[in-house]
Design a binder for this molecule. Sequence first.
Ligand code: ADP
Ligand code: MG
Length: 747
Amino acid sequence: AIALILLMNAFLGLRQEYRAEAALEHLKDLAAPQVWVLRDGQLKQIAASQLVPGDLMRLEPGDRLAADGKLLKGQGIIVDESLLTGEAAGVAKMLGDEVFAGTLLTQGTGFIEISRTGIKSAKGKLAHLLSTLENEKTPLEMRLERFSSQIARWILGLALIMVVAGIFYEGVAHFTSIFLFAVALAVAAIPEGLPAILTTTLALGTERMAKHNAVVRRLSAVEALGSVTVIATDKTGTLTENRMQVRTLDSPNSQLALKTMVIASEADLDSGAGDPVDLALLDYASQHGYRAETILKNSAVVSAKPFDSTWKYMRLSLEEDGKIGSYFKGAPEVLLSKSSLSQKAQTDWLEKLTAYGFEGYRSLGLATSSGESETHLDFLGLVLLHDPARAEVPEAIRRSQAAGIRIIMMTGDHPATALAVANTVGIRDGRVLLGSELDAMSQEELGNSLKDCHVLARVSPEHKLKVVEALKASGEIVAVTGDGINDAPALKRSHVGIAMGIRGSEVSKEVADLILLDDNFATLVKAIEEGRSIYSNIQKFIRFLFATNLAEVLLIVSGIILALVLGWHNLDSSLVLPLSAVQILWINLLTDALPALGLALDKNLGAIEEKPRDPKSPLLDTLSIIYVVFSASLLATAATLLFWYFSQQGNDLGLGRSMAFYILVFGQLGYVFSTRQLSHKTRPNWFLMGVVVLTALLQVAINYLPPLQTILGLSSLSHEHLLLVLGITIVLSLVSSLFSTLIKPHH
Ligand code: ADP
Ligand code: MG
């Protein structure tokens, strides 16, 4: 019987582990990299694993090359090969050059022809390095393992004392039964399944998060999410829809402006590949009769400077009819400062710019120059884009602010536009901090400013990093979002780095802890809520496990004392114990793994309404310890009393043991409900209900199956006895629930 029970236990554990691994495996698929390829004359997005030699793959800055190939098209291509060579400086690639899988495109857009994929490629040899979910243990798991092994040592000590005392008291003849009993006690009381259940809970939680479009890349992010006190978020695409649309063109020379819009946009209108800003410009120009095919027909690209949030503009230089000319688009301030306009004319444009910004427009400047010069530009005017705020964001911001999480908006955009958007989504702030002001501040000054300023404009990725460092230095738990190739350091340094599934560059996804598949801020808030919920479920089953295990230990200790005092002996003169080894293992099998798994599936309500959790707070906090000690003592007392009372009834001592056994199983099932009282309100959990009801029925069924009764060494109980056990169970679980409600702080 013991072997069988241990086998079943092992089976349950294995199944759980399998389930957790399947969930984590699924996450990897969700975060798998995507690439754009030209097939049958059309750009298509496919999974990187579907690439075959001969494919034409489109590349953008921030893309991690998924295969080896040859550069066919593109200018100003710079590749970071540090992963292969260790050399950090970028390598310029000319047409026809070989590029390698695993390297990173830092500048330029172009096409490569794939030559080697998978294991044959350069990356094949280093495959394990890249874009896999890291399975390293989370701080919580490590803490729990330490905790469990500590408990294990205590219990083993107790078991050893029992063996020694048992032999001393009963003689070496009884060694086998004494030893078995001690082992059973150790198995029952040591929470050996706890780390596995924790991993399962985390994995099941990440599965739920993935359903809401939040894909976890590092399991430890789940616990960190619940502690986040500040979210530093992007504007474009995260708070807004990133569905750019050109509203108007404000230019004295709209013909040339339209032409510039087409030339300086690196996107493919037909397939929709490329930056939404570029797509919007191409779309607008094509509506006015300007199409890339016709404009670029008789020209050749000479050189290019790609867009980057650091310099905030881009240039494309063309040779047309033997003359070289350059076309620019970018942040208007930057292009104006490089233009040949008079100071007065520049101020006029800047005033317009601010006015448009306050109306919520995102403005882009256009300019041209002769040759490849980046000074003395002819400023052509402004394109006004409109990017509406996402409908669900204001509510998400309100909820997170109510939960004590501060939201800081960081954008490369104009301060007026930034303020307008901040106002629409509910980041009420009259002040804007500019990237240039940030440069002049020390980390401490910045930390102080960020206490009451929540809108940062015209920032670059380096500023983001500085903001993360300053927030961390002032004791905040920081979540930061990023999409660009230069955002990786900020994502890495933050507590929770969040990348964007649609808009994000591959590098940002590689370093992120969490990926928002829909780029949506509201999804992030849901993920935080889920993170808190998972933690709360972990606490529930830890309380449950400790309360019930402690009850078993207490019953055994008090039962032994009772038997010693009253001189209860079996026929072979050994001491009467309240539970036998088989019984202890049976209880362990029935009431540990499945109820704990059921608790892991709890859907909590209102988890977002609480203040962020202190990351240093212990898993088993003071209230939980009070609950555990109280509930365990309660159950152990009831079981000991039943053991004592019914051992004196009936013909043999078996009745008392059976009653103690039944109350222990039923009482533990009742505690499934009381342990939830200390946590959030939950939705009905039918799985948990099913587990409890089935376990209870199974336990009652034993009473009517003589073979099982014999194996477990039980006397048969009358209906009155069973009803009594049921009644006491209800009382115990009500008292324990009431106690929890009383000690729970009400805010
Ligand atoms: P955001 O926080 O709005 O995403 P970015 O750092 O991406 O800010 O952009 C900063 C500024 O650079 C924008 O306000 C815009 O003026 C300009 N800009 C944005 N995208 C492009 C682009 N694809 N080409 C040229 N200029 C751009
Ligand atoms: Mg951007």
